[in-house]
Design a protein around this ligand. Structure first.
Ligand code: UD1
Length: 443
């Protein structure tokens, strides 16, 4: 049973170093905004509520947070006066919870078990420590044996304190009592003129309250504040996802070239060839092979199917068991039946294909008239000749055959053969006469 707590997520910072019109916490890692990762980790750790601290102009951030489910209270920090001030904005809006975990909206690799440890700790202030390779400008955690006695921000630290290698990871577990007592005591007479949340540690310790240290990895606490940082976090997240799928029995010839999304679902015994991009909303069932250079988004793929190489399956596609989608095939809002084959160079959009349908090379569903999208339905076992245009709305009956190069704008009954190509005309000897005439002209 996890300890009930409220997560205070700080996201009011400007994020100017991203050089982007999009608020920092809405930048994505593995297909999900960083704030979504933070909220999901809080939820997995057992947070009963999220108190989200944003700046007044961050409507987009609040709107995104509202799509993530769970109880959320918006707390506006009018001016960005420091992490301590941000927590004050949250605590002012808090209900009756007795335990709080402060975390940042821009640390997408933070793990739920680290947050749970901060929540479960019974001390008044639980500090999140880590030992980075380069302590750089992180706050330094001052210890007395096993007890944190203070955190000193780098800019305020003397040389001896800067030599400390134990750094503040930013997140913190706090009792209600600690927040009630020490938040009002925070001061901003420091190097940055800010109210520092880490000052809670010294205030608590000097007051005889309990402080404790919870350790995390540098990866868990990694904050993103630049495009380079975002790219690094993406790489680390992808490494986690690759490892998870390899351990779950998913085969990959070159894991480093396969990119997953936060919500990708893949069963054991799926084989992934190199160079595959999987955007959000994809599930792949057992025994299926995804061949090289395939792009998937919003797609459900059944068992023992084969996709690609060079296939692009777009949102709303479902692929039945044992179906085959070959090279240079694009699908969108397409329901492709069990055992159906779309092997080469086709566009299948707004379509329902029955079982064992065979789509010849170069077939196009003409689904769009410039205003509306129309449906193409193809019955079980129908055979669509190569280079056919299916002009929707149109329905092809079960077991029907379309001759190659058909342009079909009328429904085709079950088991019929339809051919729309022009009759073949043959003019014997035409080529020879043509050449003779033109060669004479040259001379
Ligand atoms: C903070 C810690 C530092 C620690 C580091 C770990 C403080 C004072 N320092 O520094 O000890 O080593 O994290 O990464 O806490 N924010 C607001 N409102 C504000 C200020 C910040 O919401 O007024 C949010 C930011 O959006 C950001 C987070 O708080 O998500 C951290 O703020 P930032 O200024 O980046 O702190 P650091 O300098 O990283």
């Amino acid at each position: 049973m996890t300890t009930p707590f409220a997560a205070i997520i700080l996201a009011a910072g400007k994020g100017t170093r991203m050089k982007s019109a999009l608020p920092k916490v809405l930048h994505e890692i593995a297909g999900r905004p960083m704030l979504g990762h933070a909220m999901a980790a809080a939820g997995q750790a057992g947070a009963q509520e999220v108190l989200l601290v944003t700046a007044p102009d961050q409507d987009a951030v609040r709107a995104f947070a509202d799509t993530q489910g769970g109880k959320i209270t918006h707390c506006i920090q009018r001016q960005q006066l420091g992490t301590g001030d941000a927590v004050r904005a949250a605590f002012d809006a808090a209900g009756t919870q007795t335990r709080f975990v402060v975390m940042f909206g821009d640390t997408p690799l933070m793990r739920a078990d680290v947050l749970a440890a901060l929540a479960e700790d019974e001390s008044d202030v639980a500090v999140l420590g880590f030992e980075p390779e380069d302590a750089a400008a992180y706050g330094r955690v001052v210890m007395d044996a096993d007890t944190p006695t203070a955190i000193i921000e780098y800019k305020d630290a003397d040389e001896a304190t800067r030599a400390i290698t134990l750094c503040n990871g930013g997140a913190m577990g706090l009792s209600r009592t600690a927040l009630e007592k020490y938040l009002p005591q925070l001061r901003n007479d420091n190097a940055q003129g800010e109210y520092y949340l880490p000052d809670m540690v010294g205030l608590a310790h000097n007051d005889g309250a309990m402080t404790a240290l919870v350790m995390a990895s540098a990866e868990d606490t990694m904050g993103v504040d630049s495009r380079a940082g975002q790219a690094k976090a993406e790489g680390l997240m992808q490494a986690r996802l690759r490892q998870k799928f390899l351990e779950a029995g998913v085969g990959m010839q070159n894991p480093d070239s396969v990119f997953f999304s936060f919500d990708t679902e893949i069963a054991a015994d799926v084989m992934l060839e190199p160079h595959i991009k999987i955007n959000p909303g994809v599930s792949i069932a057992a025994g299926t092979t995804i061949k090289a250079f395939t792009h998937l988004e919003g797609v459900r793929i059944g068992k023992h199917a084969a996709i690609g190489p060079y296939a692009r399956l777009r949102p709303g596609t479902t692929v039945g068991d044992e179906a085959k989608i070959g090279n240079f095939v694009e699908t969108k809002k397409a329901d492709i039946g069990k055992g159906a084959k779309v092997s080469h160079l086709s566009y299948i959009g707004d379509a329902e294909l029955g079982m064992d349908v065979n789509i010849g090379a170069g077939t196009i569903t003409c689904n769009y008239d410039g205003f509306n999208k129309h449906l193409t339905k193809i019955g079980d076992g129908a055979f669509i000749g190569s280079n056919s245009s299916l002009i929707a709305p149109v329905s092809i009956g079960k077991g029907a055959y379309l001759g190659s190069s058909s342009a079909i704008s009328k429904d085709v009954p079950d088991d019929a053969l339809v051919v729309t190509r022009a009759a073949v005309r043959e003019i014997a000897g035409w080529g020879a006469k043509f050449r003779a005439k033109n060669q004479k002209k040259d001379k």
